[in-house]
Design a protein around this ligand. Structure first.
Ligand code: ACM
Ligand code: ZN
Length: 473
């Protein structure tokens, strides 16, 4: 059967029939998101579903069963997901994609039975959420003076916020496809755009510009300043009013600690709290944000850098991207939960030479040192966009690798390359109908030996001498 992701239980009666009519029945006692499709000799399809998601997924499977919309296999399918959380992430801070492009992506992701859209909306290079409370975020934080990512240089000013109306339109469209939109406001690092509007919230308090290059930047939020917490919670409150979902991503990745080490107020605050480590210091602040958002009924997600501090609130969910399993395993073994996005398998911003489809397909959804598999809530495929500035490039980087992540997130298993690509043929046609073009098949499969060359090419294509000099200075 041609489904991607692979359906759980399939019984194929050996021939095809012409589809006559389709009947939907709400079933009892089914698992969340479950559906059953029964196609009988007379061409009638009877679909039993557990909830709206199950109904939508049955519709998606019906599209995949038929290559011409008329002939369908005489079959019975019972299907439900292995993982509750099946996400995709889009970085709109480095490069923006318009609402129509984001909707088209939601159509594609719904076809693959994804149910979470993690929208990375704030970073050093731009702020993308309209604020009424702090209009300076719309005017100052949203715009960088020029763009210089790798070898590409664009001299004009870039960026704006998504208006609240646009964000609501995306949330509604995704909601109709049972996709929850999870906004990310990344703190306390990756905050240059925020600090450009509020330099007084950084330890150095000096003027900061919205960044024009890729990288990790030293300016971070001063955690000892009461105003920092006040402004950040006010912004989160405004975000919570806009996004109705249960989850909210609060970042926590790649936070340089040098400014806290050099800041007398931060050192005082650490002494007051009796904290020795800067990772724990970061979490003392993050935990206040988690506490506040829990009070609003939200569950926070943080990148697994934050799990390196041992005091992270266990009510948060850790997103594993850095493939250093011990801190995440320890977090999960002591009551926390995980989402897995291992970067050498699932980051689709790397070329196929570095991360071919066969590698993405090969990731077993677990990490070393985990006591209970059930602490893995799900999987997510991220795409960062420093080097992706067109929708065309975005699509070829995401597809078919996002489909491979969908495969494992739904089926719970890795898939054989040939089996997967054969099933994907029909899905690729359906993606084309949506207007999505996957990467050329010649790019999909690579041996491990291609990786070093892939990296060399990536560095050569994306890192100019000028950038390297700038980055190390
Ligand atoms: C990340 O890739 N910095 C989460
Ligand atoms: Zn400080």
């Amino acid at each position: 059967m041609n489904t991607v992701p692979r359906a759980k239980e399939t019984e194929f009666k050996g021939r095809a029939v012409t589809l006559n009519k389709t009947e939907y029945i709400k079933g009892e006692g089914l698992k969340p998101e479950e559906y059953i499709i029964e196609i009988s000799e007379n061409g009638n399809a009877c679909i039993t579903y557990s909830d709206n998601a199950g109904r939508i997924y049955a519709e998606q499977t019906m599209k995949q069963l038929s290559s011409d919309g008329k002939r369908v296999p005489l079959c019975r399918i019972r299907d439900y997901p292995s993982f509750y959380y099946r996400g995709y992430m889009l970085d709109c801070a480095r490069h923006m994609f318009n609402v129509d492009e984001i909707k088209k992506l939601a159509d594609a992701m719904a076809l693959l039975k994804f149910n979470k859209f993690h929208w990375h909306l704030t970073d050093d290079q731009g702020w993308r959420i309209e604020s009424e409370r702090y209009p300076i975020l719309n005017s100052v934080s949203a715009v960088r003076k020029f763009s210089s990512f790798g070898k590409k240089k664009e001299n004009s000013a870039y960026g704006r916020v998504y208006t609240k109306a646009e964000i609501k339109e995306v949330i509604e469209y995704c909601g109709e496809r049972e996709i929850e939109v999870i906004p990310e406001f990344d703190i306390p690092g990756h905050t240059s755009a925020l600090l450009a509007a509020f330099p007084e919230l950084s330890c150095g308090k000096s003027e900061i510009e919205v960044k024009t290059h890729q990288g990790i930047f030293k300016d971070v939020i001063c955690l000892s300043n009461e105003k920092s917490l006040e402004v950040i919670l006010n912004i989160f409150d405004e975000i919570c009013e806009l996004f109705p979902g249960k989850y909210i991503h609060i970042g926590g990745d790649e936070t340089p600690k040098a400014q806290w080490e050099a800041c007398p107020e931060c050192r005082n605050e650490m002494a007051k709290l009796g904290i020795n480590g800067y990772k724990e210091y970061q979490n003392s602040f993050t935990n206040k944000v988690i506490e506040h958002l829990e009070g609003k009924g939200k569950t926070c997600i943080v990148w697994n850098d934050a799990a390196e501090g041992k005091n992270l609130d266990r009510r948060a969910i850790v997103q594993y991207w850095k493939e250093k399993s011990a801190p995440s395993a320890e977090f999960a073994n002591s009551g926390g939960r995980l989402i897995l996005s291992p970067f050498t398998y699932y980051y689709t911003d790397y070329d196929y030479n570095i991360t071919p489809l066969n590698r993405t397909l090969s990731f077993k959804p677990e990490i070393r040192g985990l006591n209970e598999k059930s602490s893995v809530l799900g999987l997510e495929v991220p795409i960062w966009t420093e080097y992706i500035d067109s929708n065309e490039r975005l699509e070829e980087m995401l597809f078919p690798r996002a489909a491979a992540v969908a495969e494992t997130a739904w089926s719970g298993k890795t898939a054989d390359y040939t089996d997967f690509t054969e099933r994907f043929e029909n899905t690729e046609k359906l993606l084309k109908q949506i207007g999505i073009n996957a990467a050329d098949k010649s790019l999909w499969k690579r041996s491990r030996a291609s990786m070093p060359l892939g990296w060399l090419k990536f560095v050569k294509d994306n890192y100019s001498l000028e950038y390297i000099k700038w980055a190390i200075k």
